[in-house]
Design a protein around this ligand. Structure first.
Ligand code: AMP
Length: 273
């Protein structure tokens, strides 16, 4: 595995390779969710590139940019073990200059749900993903369904800007008990971790309700709120795969999204129906 810190060197290395390039962008503090993306890429692509970059433009004022968990030493070992060919580890000033051109998330779907709690967050995500795509020029880029709104917006960016990359969606990897793996789970106390199990419980319950034939979004949401009543719920949303609110679940075309705050931590989860 080659660890690379500059754009120029990574471009030079990748242009001299032949075969397809699989790319997994991350913010590090790697866990099994990230490695499941890498495994998918290993199956499909000849060369695996992983980036670790805690992207400042997607953090709002007062968020956890400074304290975001970072562990490059452990991350390098994980990448090595998972067959990464090139690990891109740039500093902030390698990626950003002052007074730049940047991307804006779409006005509606970039500013609903998580985007309404974190206005501008998705513009930062799209800006950095665009930059990384231009550096790596991947054949396939792998993203988790765990961050469903982000995934949708990246697919929309690829479409809107006619980018030559195929986005591959990877299912959410969970801890025992169902809590979705996340780098921010380390902020949770054991009590909060226990409380957070209600999230997956509510999603599985919703899936069961749909299986029993109840498709009304209002009824499903009402019942989910009961399960989540002890938590600080920011959003429960029943949306199409394009993130339009829907009155009635359509099997194969729906995402149920839950966003809650547990202690100081915002937890996102969802289920594709
Ligand atoms: P992050 O480092 O949190 O920015 O995540 C990097 C990538 O890993 C994104 O595409 C996430 O959606 C994906 N990811 C994060 N957690 C999980 C998970 N539990 N299962 C699958 N993918 C995940």
């Amino acid at each position: 595995m080659k660890v690379i810190t500059t754009v120029l060197e990574l471009k030079k290395e990748l242009r001299s390779q032949s075969g397809s390039i699989g790319f997994v962008p991350t913010m590090g503090s790697l866990h099994d969710g990230h490695t499941s993306l890498m495994s998918e890429a290993k199956l499909k692509d000849d060369i695996l590139v992983v980036s670790i970059f805690v992207n400042p433009t997607q953090f709002l004022e007062g968020e956890d940019l400074e304290n975001y968990p970072r562990d490059n030493k452990a991350d390098k070992l994980i990448c090595e073990k998972n067959g990464v060919d090139f690990l891109f580890l740039p500093q902030v000033d390698e990626i950003y200059r002052v007074d730049e051109v940047s991307l804006n998330a779409p006005n509606v779907k970039g500013y609903i749900l998580e985007g309404s709690e974190r206005p501008g967050h998705f513009s930062g995500v799209l800006t950095v993903v665009n930059k990384l795509f231009n550096i790596v020029k991947p054949t396939h880029a792998y993203f988790g369904r765990k961050d469903a709104q982000q995934l949708f917006l990246i697919k929309q960016m690829v479409q809107n800007l006619y980018m030559d990359v195929i986005v591959i969606e990877v299912d959410t990897l969970r801890e025992e008990g169902g809590l979705a793996q996340s780098s921010r789970n380390i902020y949770l106390s054991s009590r909060e971790r226990e409380d957070a199990l209600r999230i997956y419980e509510s999603l599985i319950f919703a899936k069961g309700v749909v299986s029993s034939g109840e498709l009304s979004s209002d009824i499903i949401e009402f019942e989910m709120r009961e399960i989540l009543s002890a938590l600080d719920v920011e959003h429960i949303a029943i949306v199409s795969r394009e993130f339009d609110a829907i009155k009635s679940v359509k099997i194969g075309e729906t995402i149920i999204v839950v966003e809650v705050v547990v202690g100081i931590t915002r937890l996102l989860d969802n289920i594709y129906i």
